[in-house]
Write a protein that binds this ligand. Structure first.
Ligand SMILES: [Zn+2]
Ligand SMILES: [Zn+2]
Length: 369
């Protein structure tokens, strides 16, 4: 919204009385009867006054929030600016009765999936309670063989005219007819099956294709599978919100999967090939001689399938080198002998550079995608 204080020609700290006075003066200038008749300017003035005359809306505006975007900005009762505007310029008249036939609401259901299902995609079934068009009345809301009759109060228009006083004198306004709630017709014998609602609720199982790459929070849209509308109106959409359960061994980061294998110190030193059970079945992992704890081996294309594009993430296997424990005396002697042969002092330790030690490897593993 523009500067609505300038629109009314008042200061930002103007009192309610000043605002009202300024509005009356300007409205008279712009009023069609006094030769003004500038529709656009009058409309802007009215919009500005509507906000500034309401302390709540004014406070929102002062915080930089458009009060008209807040729910229920229109006047629930009494005269809104639009009513006044319409009475002067014959703007958009509320046309005719409201239709009973409305689109149904969108519905949301949650679905728990496994990491494997997220990786490859999977056909699943969801169970939902949703509104269906009533079979008995086929959405007409009337008991079979009967029809709605025209409302006497409004003659079928759905609205009634009323006259009221406003700041600018008498104005005409239309409001929804209270007898028929604006529908223009009255249902005298409502369908007993749906209590005149035109729809009933029932439990359904629906097939849903979970595509590869979905993650917790992803919503799959099934158009036209939500609630049936009122009065036989079309269905809304169904949204299936995915929740991916945690896996015991595999951790998902984006479309990559990470896991840890524990290998004995001797195997890490000598090198070996280990077999791990991936989501794609068994795969061999090459453990290079001299492997350090925290090093990773990347198995390409064994990660989660990308959503809505081809290809997959990768599987990162983190090496966790196990230092042997519970050594027998004989084994201790062998390791001492090994240390001696390698010229390693058992009290020897070096500080590793920050960019080369375990910390650096852990950091790479987390950043690696
Ligand atoms: Zn019915
Ligand atoms: Zn009516």
């Amino acid at each position: 919204m523009k500067d609505i204080y300038a629109e009314l020609g008042v200061a930002k700290d103007a009192s309610q009385a000043d605002i009202k006075k300024a509005y009356r003066r300007k409205a008279r200038e712009l009023h069609p009867d006094t030769g003004g008749g500038d529709e656009e300017a009058f409309k802007r003035l009215g919009a500005a006054y509507e906000v500034l005359s309401d302390p709540q809306k004014r406070a929102l505006y002062d915080q930089g929030i458009d009060p008209r975007s807040q729910g229920g900005a229109g006047h629930a009762s009494g005269f809104g600016f639009e009513d006044i505007f319409e009475s002067f310029f014959g703007g958009a008249q509320r046309s005719g009765p409201v239709s009973r036939r409305q689109r149904g609401s969108d519905t949301l259901v949650h679905l728990d999936i496994t990491l494997a299902e997220a990786t490859f995609g999977a056909p699943r079934e969801v169970t939902i309670d949703r509104a269906d068009t009533c079979d008995t009345c086929e959405g007409s809301c009337c008991s079979p063989g009967t029809e709605p009759r025209t409302c006497d109060n409004c003659g079928g228009a759905g609205v009634i005219q009323r006259v009221a006083r406003s700041l600018l004198g008498q104005v005409m306004s239309t409001t929804p007819c209270p007898s028929c709630s604006g529908f223009g017709t009255i249902i005298e014998s409502p369908c007993s099956e749906c209590a005149g609602q035109g729809r009933t609720r029932a439990r359904h199982s629906l097939d849903v294709d979970v595509p590869a790459g979905v993650e917790t929070g992803t919503r799959i849209r099934l158009p036209g599978s939500g609630d049936a509308g009122t009065g036989g109106g079309p269905r809304g959409d169904l949204y299936v919100e995915v929740r991916q359960k945690a896996h015991e061994s595999f951790e998902r980061r984006g479309d990559d999967i990470h896991c840890t294998v524990q290998i004995p110190m001797t195997a890490a030193a000598l090198g070996t090939v280990v077999t791990i059970d991936t989501l794609d079945g068994e795969r061999e992992v090459d453990v290079r001689p001299g492997t350090q704890s925290g090093q990773t081996v990347k198995l390409k294309n064994l990660g989660v399938g990308h959503l809505q594009r081809s290809g997959r993430g990768d599987l990162y296997v983190h090496m966790d080198v196990e230092t042997p424990t519970s050594l027998t005396e004989e084994q201790e002697d062998m390791i001492r002998a090994l240390a001696g042969a390698r010229g390693e002092d058992l009290r020897e330790a070096r500080l590793a550079p920050v960019n080369a030690g375990l910390l650096a490897r852990l950091k790479d593993a987390f950043v690696g995608r």
